[in-house]
Ligand binder design. Structure first.
Ligand code: FCB
Length: 518
């Protein structure tokens, strides 16, 4: 029997969850619901969860993205985005749904901000849809779009939420894709103009801006392997897109700061702590290349005006379209560092392999690199281990990862202020009629308890983490996985848009009120 099967049997025998050798009681709920199924080898136990404390003033928040929640895809002059085009193309989305209506937050935002307040939230990370502001990606702003975001920002402030704006969460105006998309260097300038428009109209109220959500994924998943919109698959386009995004990040930071004196600019990078698969020097070096390429490529560029060592042999800077003077454009030190945590990677060396075939995308943040390794430059293979249990969205549960990642970034970047921009888990729990329609999502509570205990430990050990944004406030449209995944603290019935706060949402509200996890 392997380790997972053994632990599974032990769990069944105990009739509840064993975490770190102890039975984990669910916070609240009946005896039956306290049979939490999360089980993590080596996880910290119930006493650590009970002892964990967060500092006064810690900013508890949630995150969403425009395309995933807004709907209203053709309203008030909005242009078409690459995600509208992608989701309207047969075969691209699981379950054959689209985000034309999504959670209808375009109309229901007041209700959603009130719900955030109800669960004691202090920060709301949202994104702005570029084609609402500039329907074709350039030129004068569409004031109906600007007014919409002005109203939603006011609503946040009214409900005591800090408006945290992500300028770009994947919905590029289709007209700019028609001009070549992110591999076209001109997009850096267009994007900086768009960022400047936002700073001009909203910068009196928004003080915290993240230029891009997961820029590495925008380039790799969108242009390298085609798993996300616009669905192109060409490794050279990936390299070019990555460089345009880095230039855009630097130009946008300057454009925002030139327009709004209150602005602070950081990031919303997707990161996974990378562990060498074996203790060999080669695998250690491969894990460093993974970290350089997937986690800190744009961070290093912003902080130091250079790219980190992500490549074996000569870096393909010519293929990326790098020009003399680009280092200065890239160099734009961030005021704080924001990143997401979902799961971890095992990384092994593929430097001796001759043939490379590019990775796939089997769900959020997963790149299942082929056995041969990802590409001829980085020459590593990254896998998601399955030592811990999997969520229903298929990601390994590994709470310790957030501690390791936060400590690593703190060490490498001189103990910066850190914002956890996203973190969460996909489970499909739905309202249970025998419990008056409650949503007893005990696995999500267990997931957050364990992860947050690890985050509290990182803070205790000196990391300057000032916020945590759970993904997500509400269930929403999960990109290529459509409506087949649910990450919300609040359940959404897509038939009538009814919202129901899940048990995890009620629990998270208590966490936000008390800075403790039980
Ligand atoms: C992140 C994305 C976010 C959502 C979560 C589950 O990678 O930034 O939009 O899809 O995963």
């Amino acid at each position: 029997m392997d380790r997972r099967a053994f632990l599974g049997n032990t769990l069944a025998a105990a009739g509840g969850a064993l975490v770190g050798g102890r039975v984990l009681r669910a916070a609240g709920g009946t005896q039956r619901e306290s049979a939490v199924r999360a089980q993590v080898p080596g996880a910290i136990g119930q006493s650590e969860i009970e002892a964990a404390r967060f500092p006064d003033g810690f900013l508890w928040g949630t995150a969403t993205a425009a395309f995933q929640v807004e709907g209203a895809w053709q309203e008030d002059g909005k242009g078409e985005s690459i995600w509208d085009r992608f989701t309207h193309t047969p075969g691209k989305v699981r379950g054959a749904t689209n985000a034309d209506v999504a959670c209808d937050q375009y109309h229901l935002y007041a209700q959603d901000m009130a719900l955030a307040k109800k669960i004691n939230q202090k920060s709301y990370r949202f994104s702005i849809s570029w084609p609402r502001i500039q329907p074709t990606g350039t030129g004068a702003p569409n004031m109906k779009g600007v007014d919409h975001y002005s109203k939603i920002v006011d609503e946040m402030l009214k409900n005591g939420l800090r408006p945290f704006c992500t300028i770009y969460h994947w919905d590029l105006p289709q007209a700019l894709e028609d001009k070549g998309g992110w591999p076209n260097r001109d997009l850096a300038g267009y994007y900086a103009d768009y960022a400047g428009i936002l700073a001009k109209h909203l910068g009196d109220r928004i003080t915290i801006w993240a230029p891009f959500n997961m820029p590495w994924s925008v380039a790799y998943m969108g242009y390298g392997v085609g798993a996300l919109a616009p669905g192109r698959a060409d490794f050279d386009d990936f390299l070019k897109a990555l460089h345009t995004l880095t230039l855009a990040q630097g130009q946008a930071l300057r454009s925002i700061k030139a327009t709004s004196s209150k602005a602070t600019v950081g990031s919303a990078y997707g990161m996974c702590p990378a562990y060498p698969k074996t203790d060999s020097d080669e695998d250690h070096a491969a894990a460093s290349r993974y970290h350089a390429m997937n986690n800190v490529f744009l961070l290093e560029a912003a902080m130091h005006g250079r790219y980190p060592k992500a490549f074996v042999g000569d870096a393909p800077y010519d293929k990326m379209g790098m020009k003399p003077g680009d280092e200065e454009i890239m160099h734009a030190p961030l005021d704080w560092v924001g990143f997401h945590y979902y799961t971890r990677r095992h990384v092994s060396d593929a430097s001796k392999v001759q043939a490379f075939s590019g990775g796939g995308f089997s769900g959020t943040e997963i790149e299942a690199d082929p056995a041969t390794g990802r590409d001829p430059y980085t020459r590593f293979r990254a896998e998601m281990p399955t030592e811990g249990p999997l969520t229903e969205s298929g990601l390994e549960v590994w709470p310790r990862g957030i501690y390791d990642l936060v400590m690593q970034i703190s060490k490498e970047y001189n103990n910066p202020i850190i914002e956890i921009t996203e973190s969460g888990c996909g489970y499909l729990d739905a309202p249970y009629e025998k419990e008056n329609g409650r949503v007893p999502d005990t696995r999500r509570i267990a997931w957050f308890q364990q992860e947050l205990a690890e985050l509290a430990r990182a803070i205790k050990d000196g990391a300057k983490v000032r916020s945590f944004h759970a993904w997500s406030l509400i269930d929403n449209f999960e990109w290529g996985n459509g409506h087949t995944e649910r990450y919300g603290l609040i359940y959404v019935d897509y038939r009538d848009q009814k919202r129901t706060i899940k048990d995890s949402g009620l629990w998270y509200g208590r966490v936000a009120a008390t800075n403790r996890l039980t």
